[in-house]
Design a protein around this ligand. Structure first.
Ligand SMILES: [Ca+2]
Length: 294
């Protein structure tokens, strides 16, 4: 076999290439992701994704996470039901936050990776809308309960478009008993007086793990000690920004202990970690200048 491949090296690529096909038809929308997400995608693969909405609808795709090897591992997106349709976009590199809109009720995507160098891949949300209507900005909070046995995206309202003013949004995250939660904040950007607090438990009475504001380096990883986590996103009455996007998934509690004993499961890049549960220090007075309308 080996000798044979010396003379016919092209056969190696054909024989080792990993192909798969994903078809999505939920009219309520959903999520799709690169193979083996939330681990890095494999080398040398070809995966196609077909999304079909009902007649009279179009599709909007938002990439919560997109990191591939620039120019070599690409997701090609066609505005129709096959690769013969019009090219909508060809994405590679770091493109989290990309939003694409189809003209009709089908989209076809082809994810191709080469033989070396991989990355986290992508995790995207798709939504369907009636042709002739525009997605409306959410003036308020998104859903407050997030429960998943696999992994699930979580964002500020309207992400990656701006959130609105005067929000107090709670996000209760839950996975099965016996698991802990790994939360990865993939993108984060607020003005200084808007913030996201993360708590190691079911509500804001639990120990705060972190408070994020401004533009911390991302991704930022958090791990809970139980199967519940709570996030609180607060915005004041002036100035908004794009907010945050993240993904969480359950981790077997035993596995997380085993990983911790070995050393470095969590990136130590969290800008502000609270080592004590005292909440009083979290609150601050907003300076008067912020209340002046320019
Ligand atoms: Ca590659």
């Amino acid at each position: 076999m080996l000798l044979w491949l010396l003379f016919f090296p092209f056969l190696l690529e054909i024989s080792s290439s990993f192909s798969s096909k994903v078809t999505l038809t939920d009219p309520n929308g959903g999520y799709f992701y690169s193979p083996e997400y939330h681990s890095d995608y494999p080398n040398d693969l070809s995966t196609t994704y077909s999304i079909s909405a009902p007649d009279g609808y179009y599709i909007r795709i938002t990439f919560l996470v997109f990191h591939t090897e620039q120019n070599y591992d690409t997701l090609t997106i066609y505005d129709g039901d096959s690769s013969d349709s019009k090219l909508l976009a060809r994405l590679s590199g770091s493109r989290s936050g990309t939003v694409l809109v189809t003209s009709g009720n089908n989209v076809y995507m082809d994810f191709e990776t080469d033989l070396a160098v991989n990355d986290r891949g992508f995790y995207a949300k798709y939504e369907v809308f009636l042709v002739g209507t525009n997605p409306q900005d959410l003036h308020g909070c998104p859903q407050s309960n997030y429960e998943s046995a696999q992994f699930l995206g979580i964002t500020s309202p309207n992400w990656p478009r701006n959130y609105t003013e005067l929000l107090d949004c709670g996000y209760h995250i839950k996975v099965d008993p016996g698991y802990t939660i790994h939360l990865m904040i993939e993108a984060f950007q607020t003005e200084h007086f808007d913030y996201l607090r993360i708590y190691d438990g079911p509500n804001a009475d639990a120990n705060p793990i972190a408070e994020l504001r401004d533009s911390p380096a991302t991704p930022i990883d958090f791990t809970s000690t139980t199967n519940e986590m709570y996030m609180f996103f607060s915005t004041d009455l002036l100035y908004t920004d794009i907010g945050f996007a993240g993904v969480f998934w359950p981790v077997s509690a035993d596995k997380s202990k085993a990983k911790l004993s070995k050393g470095n499961p969590i990136k130590e890049t969290v800008p502000k970690i609270f080592d004590s549960p005292k909440i009083s220090s979290l609150f601050h007075l907003r300076p008067a200048r912020h209340l002046l309308i320019p």
